[in-house]
Ligand binder design. Structure first.
Ligand SMILES: Nc1ncnc2c1ncn2[C@@H]1O[C@H](COP(=O)(O)OP(=O)(O)O[C@H]2O[C@H](CO)[C@@H](O)[C@H](O)[C@H]2O)[C@@H](O)[C@H]1O
Length: 716
């Protein structure tokens, strides 16, 4: 007998799904809106007495049918309302054309006063829908239905803004209706015929979920996505390095392109903006029952969603700290809570659902997400059109552990093979990154150079074999930077203490002022003529700060100042302190994490040193160029991609690169750089200007991400 499944816009109640697995392997979920957990639990329990694993008790079936009927009645009601309102809108359209107004006059991004309704609920869904409509206009190849939507709400907003709407409907009620109608469109609107079809199918015991997904595939003609990015850190709330910057900026860039975007991160502290949303949910982590509260803030077009549970408290300063299993448990909870977010976080009143849905997971911390999406949902016939993309920011951290750790993950035993990895260093071990790479629909990394390196034994850190096998779905996209946050023209950290904002036009004076302010702040001699060299980064083997220490006798022999900012390995922190005390007249070693100082150093120094042994992309060299600071880098990974070596004959290039991560090579490159600074002023100005004139924003990268997300959507 075929099992009955029903789930509309609600939670699949996976504790029950999990119970189904642990006791009898793969099992389909049975739930209805408003009664998911009850229905699921009931079925799960009944099913426990079911020998062949497919029989569902009559009682549970009846309960589900009852609930399903209620839901279908609601749908019918909604569709009636929609068709009524459509007629009304057509009348308004006709009358406005009659009045000689352009149907689409006015920017779709402009906010009418009617949007205050959205503000009231703290969510500008209308803005999203407007973008969606604009996008559909740009991509005119995508079918009729969207252009029809465009006509409806695009023109209606104009009418609401520029003409009087008399009669029984107020402006606000129209727009409120549109929020409802078209947010449904954004998250699986049900066409009347489909609903009827659903009803019939349902009566026959067919899966309504499948029908809904069929609808999403028809709206799949539109490349506007529901995107959920999940990461362990996100600036400005939490940041230990570049991943935080990317998680804070990429979602905004994707939202600007017209997508509905959510970013999910743990809630490490008491953040000001987010408010609790939806109902708390419970998840099993390593046999422990944990409650998650979702908190939400809608900022710059992005639904930032924070996972609140005591497990994340008090680790803000040490996000990846604690013992191995502590970190693992945090990441399990994050991934479980994230994969269910499209069903239980009603941003602006509406869940994302699974139509046109793509998750973007980042690094090993969230590499479990593609696995959970597959094991909890897709293997069971749910969310079959949802996709996952995994981004490798740093392969050096893989979530390795003994095979016994598998029991924490809460997965069917046949999934063990996905995690089992053998290499000469780890032997047979559990590797979370490896499993995520295999399970993800697409694999990305943060530069072309690193994409190439990852496929080599030296660069792949034991995972090169798996990455080579995944080559068909793998590519590199160079990171962008947040040009609001990192912009010398408006950088908030340059507005006080003698610093100054500056632009391409005022770079000479602006940088000089920042340099003097920085020297003063750090107690260095205030001298405009001395080149100031910076290093900013995590203190570990990757960043090569030890090469700077090795080269310090030569560097300190030059007439230069050096400022080193970093935190990490104890011995390297001690090195920074030692260098400062040995060369106190010209070196500062600032141990700690200071976003403000990082910004001020980027503005107030002349040269940025990045002798990284490997660098997947690197953001500091991009920030440096944006601020007219010239990079000197080891030509590796993303550094090779982004810093073109200076060519004095053609006055081309952006900085200096050196081929091997060795102190002497670095000294050579730095020597040429200092010579140009001192003796070839106009060349130096050219280097600065070329750096500053680049478009380093996320716009280009976001477009490329979009292509990958769309490719994932159409991939089977
Ligand atoms: N002590 C300190 N105080 C204040 N700020 C500090 C700091 N130490 C580092 N930072 C900041 O952290 C960020 C570091 O970004 P990176 O991209 O250089 O490195 P990271 O190795 O962390 O990221 C990984 O992911 C990113 C994103 O994909 C890749 O670019 C990179 O190559 C990869 O190693 C910058 O914003 C920097 O200013």
């Amino acid at each position: 007998m075929r099992s009955v499944r029903f789930c509309v816009n609600g939670v699949y109640g996976w504790p029950a799904v999990l119970r189904g697995w642990t006791k009898r392997g793969s099992r389909k979920c049975l739930c209805a809106a408003g009664a998911h957990d009850d229905a699921v639990n009931q079925v799960g329990e009944d099913a426990d007495h079911d020998d062949d694993g497919v029989r569902v008790s009559n009682e549970a079936l009846r309960a589900t049918i009852r609930k399903s009927r209620e839901v279908l009645a609601m749908h019918r009601d909604l569709l009636d309302q929609i068709s009524e309102k459509k007629k009304l809108i057509s009348v308004i359209e006709a009358s406005s054309i009659h009045n000689g107004q352009e149907p689409f006059s006015g920017s779709p991004f402009s906010r009418s006063d009617a949007v205050s309704e959205g503000e009231e609920i703290g969510y500008d869904l209308q803005m999203y829908l407007d973008r969606r409509s604009q996008k559909s206009e740009i991509r005119s190849t995508h079918g009729e239905s969207i252009s029809v939507q465009h006509e409806y709400y695009g023109s209606l907003e104009d009418k609401l803004s520029y003409t009087d709407v008399n009669g029984s409907y107020s402006k606000v009620s129209y727009v409120h209706y549109l929020y409802k109608t078209f947010s449904s469109a954004a998250t699986n609107v049900y066409e009347p015929q489909s609903v009827n079809g659903m009803e019939q199918d349902y009566e026959k015991g067919h899966s309504v979920t499948e029908e809904i997904n069929d609808n999403s595939s028809s709206s799949a003609a539109v490349d506007v996505m529901n995107i959920i990015l999940v990461a362990a850190e996100c600036a400005p709330w939490s940041k230990t390095g570049g991943l935080g910057d990317v998680a804070g900026a990429l979602p905004k860039a994707l939202s600007k392109r017209g997508h509905r975007v959510m970013a999910i991160v743990p809630m490490y502290g008491n953040y000001e903006e987010p408010r609790q949303i939806g109902e708390p949910k419970r998840y099993q982590v390593a046999g422990q029952d944990m409650e998650v509260k979702y908190h939400h803030a809608y900022i710059d077009g992005v639904d930032f969603v924070f996972i609140h549970n005591p497990i994340f408290h008090n680790v803000e300063s040490e996000i990846y700290g604690g013992d191995r299993t502590d970190i693992l448990k945090r990441m399990i909870l994050l991934c479980k809570a994230a994969v269910e977010a499209p069903w239980c976080v009603p941003c602006g009143g509406f869940c994302y659902g699974d139509g046109n849905l793509v998750f973007i997971a980042n690094d090993w911390h969230t590499a479990l997400l593609p696995v959970y999406l597959k094991a909890y949902y897709r293997d069971n016939g749910f969310m079959i059109y949802a996709r996952s993309v995994l981004v490798i920011h740093n392969i050096a951290h893989q979530g390795r552990g003994p095979l016994d750790d598998f029991s924490y993950l809460d997965l069917p035993s046949n999934y063990l093979d996905l995690f089992k990895h053998h290499d000469p260093f780890g032997g047979d071990h559990l590797n979370i990154f490896a499993a995520g790479i295999k399970a993800a629909d697409r694999l990305l990394t943060v530069s072309h150079g690193y994409a190439w390196e990852l496929k080599t034994p030296e660069g792949g850190w034991g995972l090169h074999g798996i990455i080579n096998e995944s080559d068909w779905k793998f590519q590199g996209i160079v990171n962008g930077i947040d040009t609001t946050d990192w912009n010398p023209r408006c950088d908030v950290h340059l507005k006080s203490d003698g610093y100054s904002n500056y632009s391409l036009v005022t770079v000479e004076t602006g940088k000089a002022q920042c340099k003097a302010a920085l020297q003063k702040e750090l107690g260095l001699p205030v001298r405009g003529d001395v080149p100031v060299i910076a290093f900013i980064g995590r203190l570990d083997n990757q960043k090569g700060v030890d090469l700077i220490a090795e080269a310090m006798p030569w560097i300190a022999g030059q007439d230069v100042q050096v400022i080193l900012l970093g935190t990490g390995r104890q011995d390297l922190e001690d090195t920074l302190r030692r260098l400062e005390s040995q060369h106190y007249d010209r070196v500062r070693g600032w141990v700690g994490f200071s976003v403000r100082l990082a910004h001020r150093m980027t503005a107030g120094t002349d040269i940025l040193l990045m002798p990284s042994r490997f660098e997947p992309c690197g953001l500091n060299q991009l920030y440096a160029m944006m601020y007219g600071t010239v990079p000197v880098v080891h030509a590796v990974g993303g550094l090779r991609d982004t810093v073109q070596h200076y060519n004095p004959y053609e006055e081309a290039g952006l900085g200096w690169t050196f081929e091997n991560a060795e102190a002497n090579r670095m000294i050579d490159a730095l020597g040429h750089c200092l010579n140009t600074y001192r003796n070839y002023k106009s060349s130096w100005e050219g280097l600065r200007r070329r750096g500053m004139m680049q478009d380093l924003s996320w716009d280009t990268a976001a477009k490329r991400y979009e292509e990958v997300l769309v490719a994932a959507k159409y991939q089977w």
